[in-house]
Design a protein around this ligand. Structure first.
Ligand SMILES: [Zn+2]
Length: 116
């Protein structure tokens, strides 16, 4: 779906409180870190696919991205060519890794707090 072909249904959803809550939850899984540039804060939950619109599952359908990474992913080459499926699987793997990584960091931080 190109930026110019969004349906009114999609646009209504993307501005709804349900989507905002879902996007926020998705980003909390990586403690608001971008999965592609982990040193950046995430600003969006990016749709890897629109097949499950309104029933998105993090990792399968949506991943947290920073503004910059989001722009890159939507570039013609990555979004409108078969490269997109490779990018999608890469982002899914990165997200799995990021979820574990940031949760471990969080636990370590709590432990160091306890020891001081
Ligand atoms: Zn996107």
């Amino acid at each position: 779906m190109s930026k110019h072909k969004y349906s009114s249904e999609y646009l209504a959803y993307i501005h709804s409180p349900q989507w905002k809550a879902k996007s926020k939850q998705c980003q909390q899984l990586t403690l608001n870190h971008c999965v592609f540039l982990p040193w950046h804060k995430s600003n969006h939950a990016h749709h890897l696919t629109y097949n499950n619109l309104e029933y998105e599952m993090p990792v399968r359908d949506i991943v947290p991205l920073s503004n910059f990474a989001h722009e890159i992913v939507h570039l013609w080459f990555f979004w409108n060519t078969p490269v997109r499926s490779v990018v999608n699987w890469l982002l899914r793997l990165l997200m799995l890794f990021c979820v574990v990584f940031w949760q471990v960091i969080w636990v370590l931080k709590q432990l160091t707090k306890l020891m001081h």
